[in-house]
Design a protein around this ligand. Sequence first.
Ligand code: PCA
Length: 332
Amino acid sequence: MNKFVKIAATATTALLTTTAILMGSSAVFAATKWDMPTPYADGIHHTKNVRQFAEDVKKLSKGELEIKVHSGASLFKHGEIHRAIRTGQVPVGELFMAILGNHDEIFKLDNIPFLATDFASAKKLWDSSRPAVEKSLAKDGLKLLFAVPWPPQGIYSKKPVEAIDDLAGLKMRSYSPTLSRLSVLLKATPTTVQTPEIPQAFSTGIIDTMITSPSTGVSSQAWDYVSQYNDVQAWIPKNMVIVHNRSFKRLPKTVQTAVLTAAAEAEKRGWEMAEKETNIKTEALAKNGINVTKPDAKLQADLAKLGEIMTKEWAKAAGDRAKQILEAYNNK
Ligand code: PCA
């Protein structure tokens, strides 16, 4: 054996040995770790549900996939999570669906007022729109794992809102392009504010009203800066958990199945959690001194008219997809 051949042979042996060691202890070395950014705080049901999802994935995959949840926008700001997953910076993450309204019209549907105002209708609307949402995500190399609602959205204000005119001229918090459009139709001025900044935005006068769930009202201690909650149940928006498709495909088939099984469970559990949250958190608002009211028939009818305008606008902008979704929804 000349010198060169000898070196090559030694190198090959070394390589084979390393491979054998790696294969022999695959349970240790094959475990994949995923970082998962989520936008909302730990007390919110979405975050609790996502943590349970991560635990289920670990269990079902027998430890082969570990998902580390970074809650409260600690890894990426809410507005950056979509891009971070799309570009593969992180393989998985959670975001508010309608935050993508300017990326694709399809996501605006999730915040259209008075189209689906109770959980049964919201579920129907989700069943009707899910294929279009999945298709849109797939175009960006993304895959939907699950979507979970918030409780219905109501109006927080300093003075009672008895008619839509009571909102005219106010500075209204916005969290999506659809909500900004509603603010404009209400003759209010929309200002984007993320959940952690709500108290400060009220105390510094950046906003003086907001439309959100009783959950977010409680987590941001709305009683410190407003006195009224009108439970108009305007819409039931959702968060979605999405995965970078190529990262998903790289997982062994058994682990992919584990993720999908845990995702289906998380979606079911999350819808139940949201329903339970609704009463608990609405009561908590009242207990903390907020005057919780229901809209009268006139206010409801006036708000519903704005919902019709926005549904029409959306249907026009989103084209054939909108037509199919609305037809499927109305026929369910
Ligand atoms: N809370 C979140 C989204 C919808 C909700 O109920 C927020 O206010 O930003």
